[in-house]
Design a protein around this ligand. Structure first.
Ligand code: AVJ
Length: 330
């Protein structure tokens, strides 16, 4: 595996998936020909989508990101004292903005460690990594470029040293229950005796608060949602009439999840030139674009247990609005 040394304490390498990942074309063919039609939320995140997500985090309605950041700031030292990591592997690290609370805690406790961000967006990781090694003179950053949903067995963590696996942002919530369990089992596979998982998940709460968080008044989330159609128009030479699509976010209390959908009021045909196919969308028909599962303390503990993990610490936001947990191998 080729390691690119970008600076004394900054390197990057590609992590191959365990098995070939479905391509955009494969996923779209499968999803759009299904009923109900669906598209994978991972295709939201081109540069425009990533910028829109950052803007969502700044809306008054979308509380998860800032609530999690406040928990990390409040409990950072306790987390680092408990986990005492030599290596911190973060799945879906993005801008690593929230990770700084953990690195600040390492700094305050004079506990150095090595940081292994794992993300598809190489440039964002390298830019963030360069800033991190500049700001923390004891830190080494090894950027891992790849899609962590492709499996973790090729992650090149050294055998020695305690590991803290960091999985924040409520992203586990985007996985359907079976997939979430499989993802946690993959993570458990990287954990030995003293290793820990730091997991951030959103909590079940009143429907109005949840639906507002996924349908802000300014319309940023609506734009973020429609962005997946722009990605398909660009990448698959499709001709979705993007602005004709209406955004909807519904909380399904039985399934404890937010469902984001896109629907057009008029019937129309969409050609996907790259796939050599066309689909006829009925008036009012909706495409499911994201699930965001919410947890209770019980459903969270049950999910962890099903993956061979046990909760060590549970940091809850006021009113149980958000959960940050430290878990070990059971
Ligand atoms: C970054 C995936 C956790 O599901 O809450 C934000 C993405 N979707 N607004 C989430 C998202 C709509 C977010 N995650």
């Amino acid at each position: 595996m080729a390691i690119t040394q970008t600076g004394a304490r900054l390197s990057s390498s590609e992590v191959a998936p365990e098995q070939p990942l479905a391509s955009l074309a494969d996923d779209v063919r499968t999803g759009l020909l299904s009923r109900p039609r669906w598209l994978s939320p991972k295709y939201f995140y081109d540069d425009r989508g990533s910028a829109l997500f950052e803007a969502i985090c700044a809306t008054p309605e979308y509380y998860p990101s800032r609530t999690e950041a406040a928990l990390l700031e409040a409990h950072g030292q306790e987390i680092i004292e408990h986990a005492a990591p030599d290596h911190m592997l973060e799945l879906g690290s993005g801008s690593s903005r929230k990770t700084r609370h953990l690195l600040d805690a390492c700094d305050a406790l004079d506990k150095s460690c090595q940081y292994w961000p794992f993300d598809v967006s190489a440039q964002m990781m390298l830019d963030a990594g360069a800033q991190l090694v500049a700001d923390y003179d004891w830190l080494a950053v090894h950027a891992l470029i790849g899609d962590y949903t492709g499996g973790l067995t090729n992650v090149p963590l050294p055998e020695d040293g305690r590991r803290l696996i960091v999985f924040l942002g409520g992203t586990l919530g985007n996985f359907e229950p079976g997939e979430a369990r499989a993802m946690l089992e993959q993570i458990a596979g990287l954990m030995r005796g003293d290793d820990q998982l730091l997991l951030g998940v959103d909590r079940v709460k009143d429907t109005a608060t949840l639906e507002a968080a996924y349908d802000d008044a300014e319309g940023v989330t609506a734009d973020f949602n429609r962005n997946v159609l722009r990605v398909l128009n660009r990448e698959l030479e499709a001709d979705f009439p993007v602005d004709d699509y209406r955004h909807r976010a519904l909380f399904d209390r039985d399934k404890a999840r937010i469902e984001m959908r896109l629907g057009a009021d008029h019937a129309h045909r969409v050609t996907l030139a790259t796939l050599g196919t066309a689909i006829d969308i009925d008036a009012g028909e909706e495409i499911v674009t994201e699930f965001s599962h919410k947890f209770t303390p019980d459903t969270l503990a049950a999910l962890l247990e099903s993956a061979g993990l046990a909760m060590d610490r549970h940091f809850e936001a006021e009113g149980g609005a958000y959960s940050l947990v430290l878990a070990r191998r059971a």
